[in-house]
Design a protein around this ligand. Structure first.
Ligand SMILES: Nc1ncnc2c1ncn2[C@@H]1O[C@H](COP(=O)(O)OP(=O)(O)OP(=O)(O)O)[C@@H](O)[C@H]1O
Ligand SMILES: [Mg+2]
Length: 248
Protein backbone atom coordinates (compact mmCIF):
# COMPACT_ATOMS: atom_id res chain seq x y z
CA UNK A 1 0.00 0.00 0.00
CA UNK A 2 1.21 3.47 -0.67
CA UNK A 3 -1.08 6.14 0.57
CA UNK A 4 -0.55 9.87 0.89
CA UNK A 5 -0.76 11.27 4.40
CA UNK A 6 -2.37 14.65 4.90
CA UNK A 7 -2.68 16.54 8.17
CA UNK A 8 -4.93 19.58 8.12
CA UNK A 9 -4.87 22.06 10.98
CA UNK A 10 -4.31 19.38 13.60
CA UNK A 11 -4.54 20.76 17.11
CA UNK A 12 -3.96 18.74 20.24
CA UNK A 13 -4.37 19.92 23.81
CA UNK A 14 -3.55 18.32 27.11
CA UNK A 15 -5.73 20.20 29.60
CA UNK A 16 -5.10 23.91 29.10
CA UNK A 17 -1.89 23.40 27.17
CA UNK A 18 -1.80 23.35 23.39
CA UNK A 19 0.72 20.68 22.41
CA UNK A 20 0.13 20.68 18.64
CA UNK A 21 -0.99 24.01 17.26
CA UNK A 22 -2.65 23.94 13.86
CA UNK A 23 -0.26 21.53 12.17
CA UNK A 24 -0.70 21.04 8.42
CA UNK A 25 1.56 18.69 6.54
CA UNK A 26 1.21 16.69 3.36
CA UNK A 27 3.42 13.67 2.87
CA UNK A 28 3.40 11.89 -0.49
CA UNK A 29 3.94 8.12 -0.55
CA UNK A 30 7.57 7.15 -0.32
CA UNK A 31 8.75 10.38 1.25
CA UNK A 32 11.18 10.39 4.16
CA UNK A 33 10.40 13.12 6.67
CA UNK A 34 12.73 13.95 9.53
CA UNK A 35 11.01 15.60 12.49
CA UNK A 36 13.41 17.60 14.58
CA UNK A 37 13.06 20.09 17.40
CA UNK A 38 13.56 20.71 21.08
CA UNK A 39 12.32 18.45 23.84
CA UNK A 40 8.63 18.92 24.57
CA UNK A 41 7.97 20.43 21.13
CA UNK A 42 5.33 17.81 20.29
CA UNK A 43 7.23 15.38 18.03
CA UNK A 44 6.14 12.18 19.78
CA UNK A 45 2.61 13.51 20.16
CA UNK A 46 2.46 14.14 16.42
CA UNK A 47 3.48 10.55 15.66
CA UNK A 48 0.93 9.27 18.15
CA UNK A 49 -1.86 11.33 16.58
CA UNK A 50 -0.88 10.02 13.15
CA UNK A 51 -1.42 6.41 14.06
CA UNK A 52 -4.44 6.98 16.23
CA UNK A 53 -2.74 6.36 19.58
CA UNK A 54 -3.65 9.90 20.62
CA UNK A 55 -6.92 11.61 19.84
CA UNK A 56 -6.76 15.28 18.90
CA UNK A 57 -9.00 18.31 19.34
CA UNK A 58 -9.31 19.94 15.93
CA UNK A 59 -8.38 19.39 12.32
CA UNK A 60 -8.19 16.09 10.50
CA UNK A 61 -5.75 13.49 9.27
CA UNK A 62 -6.20 11.57 6.03
CA UNK A 63 -4.29 8.42 5.36
CA UNK A 64 -5.23 7.34 1.87
CA UNK A 65 -8.97 6.70 1.96
CA UNK A 66 -9.14 6.80 5.76
CA UNK A 67 -9.82 9.82 7.88
CA UNK A 68 -9.24 10.60 11.52
CA UNK A 69 -11.00 13.52 13.13
CA UNK A 70 -11.86 14.52 16.70
CA UNK A 71 -15.58 14.02 16.35
CA UNK A 72 -17.87 11.07 15.87
CA UNK A 73 -17.28 11.07 12.10
CA UNK A 74 -14.27 8.97 13.03
CA UNK A 75 -15.40 5.46 12.36
CA UNK A 76 -13.80 2.75 14.42
CA UNK A 77 -13.03 0.94 11.16
CA UNK A 78 -10.92 3.88 10.07
CA UNK A 79 -9.15 3.98 13.42
CA UNK A 80 -8.37 0.27 13.27
CA UNK A 81 -7.09 0.48 9.72
CA UNK A 82 -4.95 3.51 10.49
CA UNK A 83 -3.44 1.81 13.54
CA UNK A 84 -2.50 -1.15 11.42
CA UNK A 85 -1.27 1.04 8.59
CA UNK A 86 1.74 2.33 10.47
CA UNK A 87 4.54 0.48 12.11
CA UNK A 88 5.67 2.38 15.16
CA UNK A 89 9.16 1.88 16.54
CA UNK A 90 10.43 3.29 19.79
CA UNK A 91 13.76 4.08 21.40
CA UNK A 92 13.41 1.14 23.80
CA UNK A 93 12.55 -1.53 21.16
CA UNK A 94 9.55 -3.00 23.06
CA UNK A 95 10.17 -6.53 21.79
CA UNK A 96 8.33 -9.34 23.55
CA UNK A 97 11.05 -10.68 25.90
CA UNK A 98 9.59 -14.18 26.21
CA UNK A 99 9.47 -14.72 22.44
CA UNK A 100 12.29 -15.55 20.06
CA UNK A 101 13.21 -13.14 17.29
CA UNK A 102 11.18 -15.15 14.80
CA UNK A 103 8.18 -15.37 17.14
CA UNK A 104 8.30 -11.60 17.65
CA UNK A 105 7.98 -11.09 13.90
CA UNK A 106 5.35 -13.78 13.32
CA UNK A 107 3.06 -12.80 16.18
CA UNK A 108 1.07 -9.85 14.83
CA UNK A 109 0.54 -11.10 11.26
CA UNK A 110 -0.90 -14.37 12.56
CA UNK A 111 -2.90 -12.94 15.48
CA UNK A 112 -4.07 -9.65 13.97
CA UNK A 113 -4.15 -10.32 10.22
CA UNK A 114 -5.00 -14.02 10.48
CA UNK A 115 -2.12 -14.97 8.18
CA UNK A 116 -1.59 -18.76 8.10
CA UNK A 117 1.47 -19.67 10.23
CA UNK A 118 3.41 -20.98 7.22
CA UNK A 119 2.97 -17.69 5.34
CA UNK A 120 3.82 -15.64 8.42
CA UNK A 121 6.92 -17.73 8.89
CA UNK A 122 8.04 -17.18 5.31
CA UNK A 123 7.40 -13.48 5.69
CA UNK A 124 9.47 -13.43 8.89
CA UNK A 125 12.35 -15.22 7.18
CA UNK A 126 12.34 -12.73 4.33
CA UNK A 127 12.16 -9.72 6.63
CA UNK A 128 14.84 -10.95 9.00
CA UNK A 129 17.09 -11.37 5.98
CA UNK A 130 16.26 -7.88 4.89
CA UNK A 131 17.38 -6.38 8.20
CA UNK A 132 20.40 -8.68 8.46
CA UNK A 133 19.04 -10.72 11.37
CA UNK A 134 18.33 -14.10 9.76
CA UNK A 135 21.17 -15.76 11.67
CA UNK A 136 19.55 -14.73 14.97
CA UNK A 137 16.02 -15.94 14.28
CA UNK A 138 16.02 -18.31 17.24
CA UNK A 139 17.71 -15.96 19.70
CA UNK A 140 15.80 -14.17 22.46
CA UNK A 141 15.84 -10.37 22.79
CA UNK A 142 18.09 -10.37 25.86
CA UNK A 143 20.79 -12.13 23.82
CA UNK A 144 20.94 -9.30 21.28
CA UNK A 145 22.72 -5.95 21.11
CA UNK A 146 20.64 -2.78 21.02
CA UNK A 147 21.22 -2.38 17.28
CA UNK A 148 20.15 -5.98 16.67
CA UNK A 149 17.03 -5.53 18.81
CA UNK A 150 16.15 -2.42 16.89
CA UNK A 151 16.54 -4.22 13.55
CA UNK A 152 14.20 -6.95 14.83
CA UNK A 153 11.73 -4.25 15.87
CA UNK A 154 11.89 -2.91 12.30
CA UNK A 155 11.28 -6.41 10.85
CA UNK A 156 8.37 -6.86 13.23
CA UNK A 157 6.82 -3.57 12.12
CA UNK A 158 7.34 -4.46 8.44
CA UNK A 159 5.60 -7.80 8.94
CA UNK A 160 2.28 -5.93 9.06
CA UNK A 161 3.01 -4.53 5.58
CA UNK A 162 2.57 -0.96 6.77
CA UNK A 163 1.93 2.15 4.71
CA UNK A 164 4.80 3.74 6.55
CA UNK A 165 7.04 3.53 9.57
CA UNK A 166 6.87 6.01 12.40
CA UNK A 167 10.19 5.99 14.22
CA UNK A 168 10.56 7.83 17.51
CA UNK A 169 14.26 8.43 18.22
CA UNK A 170 15.02 4.83 17.46
CA UNK A 171 18.80 5.24 17.53
CA UNK A 172 19.06 7.49 20.58
CA UNK A 173 19.98 4.67 22.95
CA UNK A 174 22.60 3.12 20.64
CA UNK A 175 26.38 3.40 20.36
CA UNK A 176 27.56 5.08 17.15
CA UNK A 177 28.43 1.81 15.41
CA UNK A 178 25.08 0.22 16.22
CA UNK A 179 23.34 3.42 15.25
CA UNK A 180 24.76 3.11 11.77
CA UNK A 181 23.51 -0.48 11.41
CA UNK A 182 19.98 0.73 12.08
CA UNK A 183 20.25 3.87 9.97
CA UNK A 184 21.48 1.87 6.99
CA UNK A 185 18.43 -0.42 7.26
CA UNK A 186 16.25 2.69 7.17
CA UNK A 187 18.09 3.94 4.10
CA UNK A 188 17.40 0.61 2.38
CA UNK A 189 13.71 0.87 3.22
CA UNK A 190 13.65 4.38 1.85
CA UNK A 191 15.22 3.16 -1.39
CA UNK A 192 12.46 0.54 -1.59
CA UNK A 193 9.88 3.33 -1.46
CA UNK A 194 8.51 2.99 2.07
CA UNK A 195 7.21 6.20 3.67
CA UNK A 196 9.30 7.03 6.72
CA UNK A 197 8.50 9.60 9.36
CA UNK A 198 11.36 9.82 11.79
CA UNK A 199 11.90 11.80 14.93
CA UNK A 200 15.65 12.06 15.03
CA UNK A 201 18.53 14.02 16.47
CA UNK A 202 20.85 12.53 13.86
CA UNK A 203 21.30 15.65 11.80
CA UNK A 204 23.85 13.98 9.49
CA UNK A 205 21.38 11.20 8.74
CA UNK A 206 18.56 13.69 8.18
CA UNK A 207 20.75 15.61 5.73
CA UNK A 208 21.61 12.43 3.84
CA UNK A 209 18.35 10.49 3.88
CA UNK A 210 15.43 12.86 4.41
CA UNK A 211 13.49 14.38 1.55
CA UNK A 212 12.13 16.92 3.95
CA UNK A 213 13.02 18.20 7.39
CA UNK A 214 10.28 19.55 9.63
CA UNK A 215 11.24 21.54 12.72
CA UNK A 216 8.60 21.39 15.41
CA UNK A 217 8.86 23.88 18.24
CA UNK A 218 6.24 24.60 20.92
CA UNK A 219 3.69 22.63 18.92
CA UNK A 220 4.16 24.60 15.71
CA UNK A 221 6.02 23.91 12.51
CA UNK A 222 8.72 26.56 12.70
CA UNK A 223 10.43 25.66 9.41
CA UNK A 224 10.17 22.91 6.84
CA UNK A 225 11.79 22.13 3.53
CA UNK A 226 14.59 20.14 1.94
CA UNK A 227 17.49 19.33 4.29
CA UNK A 228 19.88 21.69 2.50
CA UNK A 229 17.52 24.56 3.15
CA UNK A 230 16.35 23.82 6.69
CA UNK A 231 19.60 22.45 8.10
CA UNK A 232 22.12 24.63 6.29
CA UNK A 233 20.24 27.88 5.90
CA UNK A 234 17.87 28.13 8.85
CA UNK A 235 15.74 31.24 8.65
CA UNK A 236 14.96 31.59 12.33
CA UNK A 237 17.32 32.27 15.20
CA UNK A 238 15.50 29.53 17.15
CA UNK A 239 16.31 26.83 14.60
CA UNK A 240 19.89 28.04 14.22
CA UNK A 241 20.37 27.79 17.97
CA UNK A 242 18.81 24.33 18.09
CA UNK A 243 21.04 23.04 15.29
CA UNK A 244 24.18 24.41 16.92
CA UNK A 245 23.21 22.63 20.13
CA UNK A 246 22.46 19.22 18.62
CA UNK A 247 25.52 19.28 16.41
CA UNK A 248 27.86 20.43 19.22
N1 LIG B 1 -0.32 12.24 28.20
C1 LIG B 1 0.08 13.50 28.41
N2 LIG B 1 -0.54 14.30 29.30
C2 LIG B 1 -0.17 15.59 29.48
N3 LIG B 1 0.83 16.20 28.80
C3 LIG B 1 1.48 15.45 27.90
C4 LIG B 1 1.16 14.06 27.64
N4 LIG B 1 2.00 13.60 26.68
C5 LIG B 1 2.80 14.63 26.36
N5 LIG B 1 2.51 15.74 27.08
C6 LIG B 1 3.17 17.04 26.97
O1 LIG B 1 3.16 17.42 25.62
C7 LIG B 1 4.36 18.11 25.30
C8 LIG B 1 4.95 17.50 24.06
O2 LIG B 1 5.40 16.19 24.38
P1 LIG B 1 6.08 15.25 23.30
O3 LIG B 1 6.40 14.00 24.01
O4 LIG B 1 5.25 15.18 22.09
O5 LIG B 1 7.40 16.08 22.97
P2 LIG B 1 8.67 15.65 22.13
O6 LIG B 1 8.88 16.72 21.11
O7 LIG B 1 8.51 14.26 21.66
O8 LIG B 1 9.84 15.76 23.21
P3 LIG B 1 11.16 14.83 23.42
O9 LIG B 1 12.17 15.35 22.41
O10 LIG B 1 11.58 15.15 24.81
O11 LIG B 1 10.77 13.41 23.22
C9 LIG B 1 5.25 18.04 26.52
O12 LIG B 1 5.20 19.26 27.20
C10 LIG B 1 4.62 16.96 27.36
O13 LIG B 1 4.81 17.21 28.71
MG1 LIG C 1 9.49 12.49 22.05
Amino acid sequence: MSWPIVLRNVTKRFGERTILDNISLSIPPGETVALIGPSGGGKSTLLRCLNGLNTFDAGDIEIGPHRLAPDARNSSDDLQTVRRSFGMIFQDFQLFPHMSVRENVVEAPTRVLGLPPKDADERATRLLQRVGMAAHADAYPQQLSGGQKQRVAIARALAMEPVGLLCDEITSALDPELKNEVLSVLEDLKRDGLTLILVTHEIGFARRAADRVVMLCDGKILEEGPPAQVLDQPKSERLGLFLRRVMA
